[in-house]
Design a protein. Sequence first.
Length: 341
Amino acid sequence: MEIWTTEYHTAGEPFRIVAEPPVAIVGETVAAKRVFAMRDPEVDGLRQLLCFEPRGHADMYGCLVVPPNDAGADLGVLFWHKDGFSTACGHGTIAVGAWAVNSGRVAAPADGVVDVRIDVPSGRVTARVHTEGGKARAVDFINVPSYLIAQRVPVSTSLGELHVDVSFGGAIYAQLNVADVGLSVTPADLTQLIEIGREIKWALNDAPVAQHPTDERLSGIYGTIIYEELEPVAAQPGAAPSLTQRNVTIFADGEVDRSPCGSGTAARVATLYAQGQLAPGELLVHDSIIGSRFLATIIDTVSEVGQPAIIPMITGAAFQTGESHFTVDPADDLTPGFVLR
């Protein structure tokens, strides 16, 4: 087997793009293709091959490009990580948008804006790509409707009872204020942040608050967002200070998002809106544990599953880091690979 990939990072988080998957992926929609991929040994084996060591690592992320649901989108995407196929990925959407323009897959002006419409398992999203000199320089990730599910949900943990907010931003996230556990969102505390993030995810994963009201395929706690309040900063020179937070998202089973997490940022925006802390048109400056940054805002309010919801827009940038040509030696008894954590 030979596999060609294009490597990107968005705000520090890796994203491996497989433009031409060498396996058959069956399903009438991208959501159906995800279900097929989760069950099919060949597709799941490809995920493992590209994500597991020695070709990847425990925190690798990527996608398989597939046909869209219909002519209304430019392409479809199946997101993957070491534990399976996710329903949403904001940093990946930003990377795919940049890749689609930089590779010529989607025509774009040399200096201007173009919308790349992408079907993902949670719905249709848009990567609004801003170009300069023929290259993608910034991407607005316009997500599916996002909304608060529940506030101050009690969770029993090794640190005692904690309270989290739960929101949907293409995937379902629990959100914990790091002050509640006496830590900070810094690399020095990362091991403890991973531990409490995993605890909360698995404690709530099968709880009623983790059940999507209309699509069981979207159920389950995808990750725990552990956030920290910061002093407001100006998003742009000369602008007024904006609400500012730093977070680390512990997703899947103990994976660490190096970026501020795109779909997680959508969930945070939905929570802040429901709590009256962020109004449409206002900015959230959202930093990651490594200091990279997304800017997020609310561009519309809608009704979703019978309750108020918002359309969030998260802005970031993605950059190509290389291209890879992977091979598999038939005699290699470590295929598809291994994960040490």
